[in-house]
Ligand binder design. Structure first.
Ligand SMILES: *[C@@H]1O[C@H](CO)[C@@H](O)[C@H](O)[C@H]1NC(C)=O
Ligand SMILES: *[C@@H]1O[C@H](CO)[C@@H](O)[C@H](O)[C@H]1NC(C)=O
Ligand SMILES: *[C@@H]1O[C@H](CO)[C@@H](O)[C@H](O)[C@H]1NC(C)=O
Ligand SMILES: *[C@@H]1O[C@H](CO)[C@@H](O)[C@H](O)[C@H]1NC(C)=O
Ligand SMILES: *[C@@H]1O[C@H](CO)[C@@H](O)[C@H](O)[C@H]1NC(C)=O
Ligand SMILES: *[C@@H]1O[C@H](CO)[C@@H](O)[C@H](O)[C@H]1NC(C)=O
Ligand SMILES: *[C@@H]1O[C@H](CO)[C@@H](O)[C@H](O)[C@H]1NC(C)=O
Length: 533
């Protein structure tokens, strides 16, 4: 089977991929991959099962906080009490149908999970949050402990995945001990709301799906060339003229709602205001002269932000000040990808400016632009994330800037970033928008950074990565189906140690059904299957 994928970040850069795929013929009837039951995705770092099984009665079961209770935790408990006992679509056939241990002892029950939070609830998640937790289910007692609320969230998710529905309609859990913590601290999922506007509800559902796979950073690529859906108080014309229409705009209330929803799931929200290029939609409502005229003869051809005008930095400072007031995360994504240098080169005033400033190369101009932008972000106390072009173009980065690698030859590119002592994130191998036939999750799954960046000195510099869903060909009608469970596969790579396909596929099958049961329309990923709806 021959498939053609075509992907464009903008009109100047299109990548065409030819895929040769083949179907392995499987002879037996039923699903190609039989799902596991009560197994966790992402796989915990350490888990030891016992041979005891416990019956859980939904009516009598309690999630009991015994230390440092708080409203946020109660909120999570309410959610998980509902999620624990959704009947209907994952009854397990061909498995334990009578409640007994190996020695045929009579029914044992688990009637509560006791939760010990060792510190007060923190308000906002951050790069340094501690997500470690332990679960110990033995002798009819279940205990969840963590040093932070973030670990409790992760542990509740894990516990909810340990509980499974049997064919006879009862809920069970196996005795187990889990000590779990993430391999990397930045585990992101990126959505692009400029190419297609996404409903707030779609974003909230995406945050749910992220929490189910222990992803902890929502990278919001909020504006780009096609549309500007961010409502700015300082510059209301930006969205009035730059959004697709007046309904395709995120109000302040929408943004706050999304940040709060994410916070309650231990997810950070990092907005990206990509500049100097990818700013087409900023033109109509931005200030006069914001974008560079690329052609003397045709003033309608506009390019990146004009880096020579002081007013443009004043404009950015005002906009980013507003962004700082809204988004609590300490990082702002500054973009910086695919800058059309030839547009700047075309403009005689800009060429003159470069001469006056002794700039011999257009890269000096790009560096000049970003030094001004870093001055703004530093004043605002924002740390920055940038796409890897900045590193390759020798822009002088702040020491605390994070370089997000998205281009090909990514092992080498990332190694170069790490070698130079800068922080790095990987995304190149996790572009979910390259939709293809077959078990595409395996391609994401088999890209495990721990195989590439092995020197101990890289440990504190390599922070993790992000699954990216660019918006050219997805909107509310398909973005969830195209993202999940692909992003879940990335979630396991970034959380724990990857296993092989034989071990992972049945767990992913179970996870897909779990996602569906919880309202995430995850697509089938291992061929013919059935979710016992
Ligand atoms: C438990 O019961 C099953 C079914 O009745 C029987 O096959 C098995 O031998 C029993 N095991 C023990 C350890 O008694
Ligand atoms: C999280 O807390 C645990 C328990 O105090 C500690 O062992 C672990 O090193 C911490 N992890 C991080 C990433 O700080
Ligand atoms: C689990 O809890 C039991 C007591 O309920 C305890 O005996 C056991 O040591 C705990 N397991 C671990 C690994 O901490
Ligand atoms: C540079 O100017 C020429 C001539 O006006 C124009 O055709 C071309 O598109 C411009 N380059 C860019 C990048 O806009
Ligand atoms: C450019 O270089 C010349 C000669 O080295 C120097 O006199 C001048 O001050 C420089 N201008 C700027 C803006 O750095
Ligand atoms: C890897 O990076 C180095 C250093 O930047 C460069 O010289 C080399 O050509 C790159 N290798 C490949 C295969 O691209
Ligand atoms: C895959 O992993 C399972 C479980 O760890 C192991 O038993 C099996 O041998 C592995 N298979 C291959 C082909 O490595």
């Amino acid at each position: 089977m021959l498939l053609l994928n075509r992907f464009c970040l903008n009109v100047n850069l299109c990548i065409v991929i030819y895929l040769v795929d083949f179907i392995i013929c499987v002879n037996n009837n039923g699903p190609w991959v039989k799902m596991s039951h009560g197994q966790v995705w992402p796989k915990p770092m350490e888990q030891r099962n016992t041979n005891e099984y416990y019956l859980i009665e939904p009516k009598n079961f309690r999630l009991q906080v015994l230390q440092n209770n708080c409203d946020d935790l109660q909120n999570a408990i309410k959610r998980y009490k509902k999620m624990l006992f959704i009947k209907g679509n994952n009854a397990i056939k061909n498995t334990i149908s009578s409640i007994s241990d190996e020695n045929n002892n009579s029914v044992k029950k688990l009637d509560s999970l006791k939760i010990y939070l060792e510190n007060y609830c923190e308000k906002y998640p951050s790069l340094d949050m501690n997500e470690t937790y332990t679960i110990n289910i033995t002798h009819s007692i279940g205990v969840l402990t963590a040093v932070s609320i973030w670990g409790i969230y992760r542990g509740l998710e894990t516990f909810s995945q340990l509980v499974y529905l049997t064919e006879d309609g009862t809920f069970q859990v196996r005795g187990t001990f889990i000590k779990d913590y993430p391999k990397y601290s930045h585990r992101g999922y990126m959505l692009d709301t400029s190419r297609h506007f996404l409903d707030v509800k779609t974003i909230l559902t995406s945050l749910d799906a992220m929490a189910y796979s222990k992803l902890n950073v929502f990278h919001w690529h909020i504006v780009d060339d096609p549309s500007f859906p961010f409502e700015s108080t300082s510059f209301p014309k930006l969205s009035e003229k730059g959004a697709y229409d007046k309904y395709s705009v995120y109000t302040k209330a929408d943004v706050k709602h999304i940040i709060e929803y994410a916070r309650l799931r231990g997810i950070r929200v990092i907005p990206e205001f990509d500049t100097p290029d990818h700013t087409g939609s900023w033109g109509p409502g931005g200030q006069p002269g914001l974008l560079t005229q690329c052609s003397e003869s045709d003033p309608t051809i506009l390019g990146p932000i004009d880096p020579t005008l002081k007013e443009n930095y004043d404009f950015l400072k005002t906009l980013f000040t507003e962004v700082k007031g809204l988004f609590p995360d300490e990082y702002l994504h500054l973009g910086g990808d695919e800058v059309r240098h030839d547009c700047w080169d075309n403009n005689t005033r800009i060429v003159k400016f470069m001469e006056d400033h002794n700039m011999s190369s257009i890269l000096d101009l790009e560096n000049y632009y970003f030094q001004n932008v870093f001055e703004i972000t530093n004043t605002l106390n924002f740390k920055s994330i940038v796409w890897d072009e900045l590193f390759n173009n020798k822009v002088q980065l702040d020491q605390n800037s994070i370089v997000q690698v998205w281009q090909g030859d990514y092992i080498n590119r990332t190694l170069n970033v790490l070698e130079s002592g800068h922080y790095a994130l990987l995304s190149s191998c996790w572009y979910l928008n390259y939709v293809q036939y077959g078990t595409d999750w395996l391609e994401y799954y088999n890209c495990d950074p721990k195989n590439f960046f092995i020197k101990p000195e890289y440990n504190h510099l390599f922070l993790g990565g992000e699954a990216c869903m660019w918006g050219e060909f997805v909107d509310d009608s398909n973005v969830l189906q195209f993202s999940w469970p692909g992003a879940s596969a990335v979630g396991e790579v970034l959380w724990s140690h990857t296993t092989n396909e034989t071990e992972a596929a049945p767990r992913l099958e179970e996870h897909i059904c779990r996602l569906k049961r919880r309202g995430i329309p995850a697509k089938p990923s291992n061929g013919p299957s059935f979710c016992y709806y």
